[in-house]
Design a protein around this ligand. Structure first.
Ligand code: SAM
Length: 305
């Protein structure tokens, strides 16, 4: 189901649905030659709310949660058919199950929409320390849209920590300056500054294109998140070798980020087809060369910083 708050979708090019179906079937019937998912990545075809008790408390460095938003999306189940108080009660229930899984240095990112962000953030502020509200600008193109309000083109992401001593490493997610800007800022005063060599803080508005149907990264999931966004969370908020939990993993974007950056992962998804997609994506990521921490680090290394 779509509603007036949804971004406009481009029509799928002819034949694309067939390609996606083929990918799904391939994932489900993966031959022995498809690389295995590493032991450090656990993709569970289970309901987080009924299975969370099996996960030890204080065992997780980072939770990346991208739950149903309460807007009636079709995930092949009725998980997004709650709204209003019913949706909020369900949200508080899974948060109560997830938060105790975090270590004392742990943190949580939760994706949501402006319709429910105020209530969710107030609830989380009663349990955790709020670090940021990140605005994801989905770079939606200007089209017709609504005429009775301003068109919504962003998702809200709450970033919360268990305590003020939370793990956070800015360096792997710094954004490098281009040569011209860098030169313009190369006054004596700034010479040797870490921020000039390694790049700047990404700030709290993240302008990253949504994955429209033609996007190279896109698989058959209606609300797949861009890898770039989730990688930034993993690199900044989970130490190397640490463990990430995704209670609603969908097509496995968080699992892919963990496979690429050598973090352990445990994720839950109730739709079997999405689990198969996650399995295929992680297998491919695990068999590829390890990803570099970020372009910023490479640039700094190249510059001899
Ligand atoms: C917003 S999507 C996640 C998308 C994911 N971040 C990605 O990039 O593909 C939410 C997912 O949660 C799943 N889900 C809903 N209720 C669940 C539950 N109780 N336990 C586990 N998964 C659930 C849905 O089937 C859906 O795929």
């Amino acid at each position: 189901m779509r509603d007036e708050f949804d971004e406009p979708q481009m029509p799928a090019p002819a034949g694309e649905a067939g390609v996606e179906t083929a990918a799904l079937v391939a994932a489900a019937e993966a031959p022995a030659s498809v690389p295995a998912v590493p032991d450090s990545i656990r993709l569970l075809n289970r309901d987080f709310l009924t299975d969370a008790a099996n996960l030890p408390d204080a065992s997780i460095d980072l939770i990346v949660a991208d739950p149903p938003y309460g807007l009636g999306k079709d995930y092949g189940n009725d998980s997004d058919m709650r709204s209003g108080e019913d949706f909020l009660a369900w949200t508080y229930a899974w948060l109560d199950l997830a938060i105790p899984k975090l270590k004392a240095s742990g943190s949580l990112y939760v994706f949501c929409t402006w319709q429910y962000a105020p209530e969710i953030f107030v609830y989380l502020k009663s349990k955790m320390t709020m670090i940021n509200e990140i605005v994801w600008d989905r770079r939606v193109p200007s089209m017709g849209g609504t005429t009775r309000r301003f068109t919504s083109v962003h998702d809200n992401i709450g970033f919360f920590a268990v305590s003020k001593d939370y793990y956070f490493d800015l360096d792997p997610v710094r954004i490098p300056y281009d040569a011209v800007t860098k030169k313009a800022r190369s006054r004596k005063l700034f010479e040797g500054s870490k921020w000039l060599e390694l790049g700047y803080n990404p700030k709290d508005v993240w302008s990253v294109s949504r994955l429209h149907r033609q996007h190279a990264e896109r698989v058959d999931h209606p609300t797949q998140k861009p890898l770039e966004i989730v990688e930034r969370m993993v690199l900044a908020s989970c130490p190397p070798g640490g463990r990430v939990l995704d209670p609603f993993m969908g097509s496995g974007t968080t699992a892919v980020a963990c496979a690429r950056h050598r973090r352990e992962f445990v994720g839950y998804e109730i739709n079997e087809s999405y689990c198969a997609i996650a399995h295929e994506r992680v297998s491919l990521a695990a068999s590829a060369a390890p990803a570099r921490a970020s372009a910023a680090v490479s640039a700094a290394v190249a510059a001899g910083a």
